[in-house]
Design a protein around this ligand. Structure first.
Ligand SMILES: Nc1nc2c(ncn2[C@@H]2O[C@H](COP(=O)(O)OP(=O)(O)OP(=O)(O)O)[C@@H](O)[C@H]2O)c(=O)[nH]1
Ligand SMILES: [Mg+2]
Length: 535
């Protein structure tokens, strides 16, 4: 006897067939005559009728080797025009040495290498030819000129090769964004995350979630369409609800990744703060190895936030020097102090620079660390005692400093435990990270960088290895919309199954936006705007 579950599963299959879902290998898609999902209606068509585009794909300027890339239906004609070889010698994906001639003047331009990629097995999905030539300006110029003399060719727009790859279904949106990030990446970890994204780590994750949702939706639709006639057990709908709760929770925990992905893509924010004249600007100059901020003995020199990019152990960091925190009647300085506080509050890490040589002179240990400064300190603050060269010059000063430092640390512990404003645990003296440095002598700068690297490792540490990092706000927004729709689906599930299933469809649409947005043209313009010409 056939069980009810089997009948139901058959009905689901029927439902899927009726509504023309199809699978593209990763993903279930559905014809837009019904209602689910987005514009993934038909398999992509190759854009073979377009102009053939060409441009220098390697960097601008003199170099040993330059690569010129050609893509489009005329690629083979370009090759025939420039290379004195038979068509049978254009073996796809083989590097061949040849002399390149100008088709009009017949003059030899250069001797190099060419590779022919036959559609659809190329980056763009079109016929592609790459010329590897010597990277002199005149060689590049004359080769480009030779290509332009072949009919139906034109120079490419920024990102046009990638756009064609996207149009021809070679890459989805998140993979294109991964490629853009890979080209932009400046540090080891940025490159790693961008490369994984370009290789489809994000796409696979979202395709899987979307496919799971579509399966559950198909069960519900089958129930709505055939449930009563077939006297189906409502328990089956209940089971798909439980699966959807599981998917919702997975998306939510993925959303709670603490901005790690965005930080890694854009750089962690580190703020240098402290009282005036402590050596904040000297420190940023030392860490960046250039003069980004003015250093002077006059307290209150820095007013604005001065930012610089750093690579610390492969992690990108946007470090900011700020105005010294103090009471002032100068409104411009006060504005700077306010900006310093705000930046520190939104920062991932703060470096609180104090002048150790001043601290030992003072009776009260907290005169430099007044309440205004103490209030901004949080658990991600590293204390830096600067100007240790002055202390180290005398054994007496060193001895006084030993006691003073303990007093200061006690004071900080007391203050943060009393206010506990930003702290989620009781602060012990050991939990305060502090380094003694000298910007003049370069003392302990390596140790400071090690501290910073460890803190960044904690910050970027991936607790949930099976889900990729959320690298863009766009993904986050789509996922928030998805979770909201799923919450509404759960709300209506018991009272109105039809509205609930509508919500499920809109959740599926939201998650699909990540890889195939419905605002595709606007989005592509934004993504490709930043691409270089030959990509
Ligand atoms: N002896 C000694 N002097 C230092 C050290 N670091 C900085 N200085 C000096 O301290 C003075 C102030 O340095 P800055 O880097 O401008 O201090 P700042 O904290 O940016 O000061 P504001 O911008 O006014 O808040 C300058 O004269 C520096 O040369 C150090 O490690 N040892
Ligand atoms: Mg300064």
């Amino acid at each position: 006897m056939i069980s009810r579950l089997t009948i139901f599963q058959n009905l689901c299959k029927k439902c899927i067939n009726n509504k023309r879902y199809y699978s593209n290998g990763n993903n279930f898609l559905k014809n837009n005559t019904t209602n689910i999902v987005n514009r993934q209606e038909d398999p992509p068509k190759l854009s073979l009728e377009k102009d053939t585009i060409y441009s220098l794909a390697s960097g601008v300027g003199k170099s040993g080797v330059a690569v010129i890339r050609v893509s489009g239906s005329q690629s083979k004609e370009v090759l025939k025009g420039l290379v004195n070889k038979k068509e049978s010698e254009f073996k796809p994906r083989y590097a061949t040495i040849g002399t390149f001639f100008h088709p009009l003047t017949k003059e030899a331009i250069d001797k190099g290498m060419f590779i022919y990629f036959k559609s659809p097995h190329s980056f763009t999905g079109e016929d592609v030819v790459e010329f590897h030539i010597h990277g002199g300006r005149a060689v590049i110029h004359d080769t480009l000129d030779a290509i332009s003399s072949i009919g139906g060719t034109r120079t490419s727009q920024p990102g046009e090769f990638t756009k064609r790859a996207f149009d021809n279904g070679k890459m989805d949106l998140s993979e294109v964004e991964g490629l853009a990030d890979l080209i932009d990446s400046q540090t080891h970890h940025q490159r790693k995350i961008a490369f994984n994204q370009m290789q489809g780590s994000i796409s696979r994750f979202y395709y899987q979630l979307r496919e799971d949702l579509i399966r559950s939706s198909a069960y519900m639709e089958a129930y709505i369409d055939f449930g009563e006639d077939a006297e189906l057990d409502p328990e089956i709908v209940e089971q798909s609800k439980n699966r959807i709760i599981g998917i919702r929770d997975r998306i939510q925990s993925h959303l709670n990744d603490g901005k790690r992905g965005e930080r890694l893509r854009q750089g962690a924010q580190v703020t240098i703060l402290g009282p005036p004249n402590a050596g904040k600007s000297s420190l940023i100059n030392l860490l960046t190895n250039r003069k980004v901020s003015i250093v002077s003995p006059i307290p209150g020199t820095t007013r604005d936030i001065i930012e610089a990019m750093l690579d610390i152990g492969g992690y990108p960091v946007i470090i900011g020097d700020t105005a010294g925190i103090r009471q002032s009647s100068d409104t411009i300085e006060l504005e700077g102090v306010q900006m310093a506080k705000e930046r520190s509050e939104t920062s991932d890490l703060s470096l609180c620079v104090l002048d150790a040589s001043q601290l030992i002179e003072q009776q009260t240990s907290n005169s430099q660390l007044d309440n205004e400064l103490l209030n901004i300190i949080n658990s991600n603050t590293i204390f830096i005692f600067n100007k240790m060269d002055i202390i180290n010059e005398s054994p007496l000063k060193k001895e006084i400093w030993g006691r003073k430092k303990l007093e200061i640390l006690d004071n900080i512990v007391k203050h943060v435990n009393e206010t506990r404003k930003h702290i989620d645990k009781v602060y012990g003296k050991d939990s305060i990270q502090s380094v003694e440095i000298s910007c003049i002598d370069n003392m302990n700068i390596r140790q400071l960088l090690d501290y910073l690297q460890k803190s960044l490792e904690n910050l970027f540490e991936c607790q949930e290895q099976d889900s990729p990092l959320l690298t863009r706000m766009r993904y986050k927004e789509a996922l928030i919309n998805c979770v909201e729709s799923l919450d509404r689906y759960l709300y209506f599930h018991d009272s109105d199954i039809v509205i609930a299933s509508e919500e499920l469809r809109s959740a599926i649409k939201s998650i699909g936006e990540i890889t195939h947005s419905s605002n595709i043209d606007d989005l592509l313009d934004i993504i490709f705007k930043d691409f270089c010409i030959g990509k």
